[in-house]
Design a protein around this ligand. Structure first.
Ligand SMILES: Cc1cc2nc3c(=O)[nH]c(=O)nc-3n(C[C@H](O)[C@H](O)[C@H](O)COP(=O)(O)OP(=O)(O)OC[C@H]3O[C@@H](n4cnc5c(N)ncnc54)[C@H](O)[C@@H]3O)c2cc1C
Length: 446
């Protein structure tokens, strides 16, 4: 096979892992990135002795495929496991931070659900499988149908707020949690599916791991970039892409000093966020109207508030991952990570770092407030819930006007649009988290 010249747009996790995969096929690869660093939303910042992650805080290694990817690129040996205490997770109920059950005994004694809610949840194995074969059921409908309303309000709702900054009503189950969707189809019930090992048990690791890295999550894309034969071209924003008569792709970018760079390629693979696609002038593309369909992706706005305290200022033992807030509790935050419990070296000695999520689909308007006001809301909520005395000794905020791409009811049309664009335009592929899914393992290509 002849060696192709491949252009990858974006040096986030998707772009870098695709670049490595293309290089391993023997192709000559160039990665173009508008920022001056690699990583995309994976950004780790050091400030006043704290280590802050602006994007993902954790990588969940559950499948052999994810583990193989990290092993293949010699990254697994640098992974830092989350503190064992972090298997404990909390939610807010009636103004209290309560721990979620970790086993059958604690399930019985926990106040997470009422006795009726627990009975309803235990009926799951006896709930018949969905009758119609439609595949557009929302996460909310699935949980309510199989596990009951309380499990939706105090389980799925805070969980989706924490993972997607969204609501279970907006998520399409088959895209957001394909294995749950398949489990019901194959086994008729989540319970029976679990008993029988679930979908593709050979793919699942017997022990999953929750990891980050010593220098934060950005260490992952930085290490991947180091493995490339040709380093990514940083500070080069792609402005124009044109298909030429001879089938070659002309890619034009502008460097930070205003210079225009143009190069010809056999193939172009975009891993840009959907909203960045329309900033590019696409010339000679068939079915170009489909770019509009791709930009229908909903990314809720989200603010991450980082607040540092002397450890003794906080009464709560911070002995877990953090807490999530069900929407029913009507609070201004989605939840708080106990970041300095989660991984070592996130805060100076004898200090604690809390990372609080504000906004999301639930309260998008809060992200339009002045930064000091958003930080104040985060502080006030943590103060009452965790028993904090005095003000934070460190504060920092990161605002994402468009955070995580939501696998919502537009996703089928978006996947179809990306596929049609690549079929009709030989050598073009539109990938990235808005098509492949937002969790980090979805952005890794072996
Ligand atoms: C706040 C937040 C928290 C998250 N938490 C988690 C978590 O805990 N666990 C988890 O698994 N996932 C999490 N995610 C999701 C996960 O981090 C992302 O889905 C993933 O990192 C996206 O990678 P990507 O490469 O597809 O896109 P991106 O990281 O967005 O990369 C795209 C790149 O394209 C570049 N670009 C844009 N326009 C141009 C242009 N015209 N020319 C050149 N380059 C351009 C951008 O600068 C960027 O570097 C989180 C996401 C966010 C935002």
């Amino acid at each position: 096979m002849s060696r192709k010249k491949v252009c990858i747009l974006g040096a986030g996790l998707s772009g870098l892992s695709l670049a490595l995969s293309q290089e391993s096929k023997g192709n000559q690869v160039s990665v173009f990135e508008k920022d001056l660093q690699v990583g995309g939303v994976l950004q780790s910042i050091k400030s006043e002795g704290y280590l802050l992650d602006y994007g993902a805080n954790t990588l969940s290694i559950r499948t052999k495929k994810t583990e193989d990817f990290l092993k293949k690129h010699k990254i697994l040996e640098h992974a830092l496991d989350a503190n064992q205490e972090c298997s404990k997770r909390f939610i807010v109920k009636k103004n209290q931070v309560i721990s979620l059950p970790q086993g059958p005994l604690s399930f019985l004694s926990s106040s997470f659900l009422s006795p009726l809610g627990k009975i309803r949840l235990c009926l799951e194995p006896f709930i018949p499988r969905k009758k119609d074969n439609s595949s557009d059921e929302t996460m909310a409908s699935f949980v309510k149908r199989r596990l009951g309303k309380q499990a939706l309000d105090y389980g799925a709702n805070p969980f989706i707020g924490g993972v997607y900054a969204s609501r279970p009503e907006s998520l399409i189950l088959k895209h957001a949690f394909p294995s749950l969707y398949e489990t019901e189809r194959k086994f008729g019930s989540i319970f029976w599916g679990m008993i029988r090992g679930g979908i593709q048990p050979s793919e699942k690791l017997s022990h999953s791991r929750l990891v980050s890295f010593k220098e934060g999550m950005q260490e992952l894309p930085k290490r991947l970039a180091e493995k490339l034969q040709t380093s990514p071209v940083l500070g080069c924003e792609i402005k124009k892409i044109e298909i030429k008569n001879n089938g070659k792709w002309s890619v034009q970018g502008e460097t930070q000093d205003g210079k225009i760079k143009e190069e010809l390629f056999d193939e172009v693979i975009s891993t840009l966020p959907s909203h960045a696609l329309l900033n590019i002038e696409w010339v000679g593309i068939k079915a170009a109207h489909l770019f509009k369909t791709l930009t229908q992706t909903f990314h809720p706005p989200l603010a991450l508030c980082f607040q540092g305290f002397k450890r003794q200022q906080i009464q709560h033992p911070l002995d877990g991952f953090g807490f999530l807030v069900p929407e029913k509790e009507k609070r201004k935050i989605l939840g708080t990570l106990f970041s300095s419990t989660l991984f070592q070296n996130r805060a100076p000695k004898n200090y604690a770092l809390l990372t609080t999520f504000v906004g999301g689909e639930r309260n998008p308007e809060l992200c339009n407030l002045p930064e000091n006001k958003i930080l104040k809301y985060a502080y006030k909520e943590n103060q009452t819930l965790l028993g904090i005395e005095g003000k934070p000794t460190f504060e920092h905020i990161k605002l994402w006007p468009k955070s995580i791409p939501i696998p919502d009811s537009t996703m089928d049309a978006r996947i179809k649009a990306a596929s049609t664009l690549s079929i009709q335009n030989k050598g073009l592929q539109i990938l990235g988290s808005h098509i492949n899914g937002a969790p980090l393992p979805n952005c890794m290509v072996l």
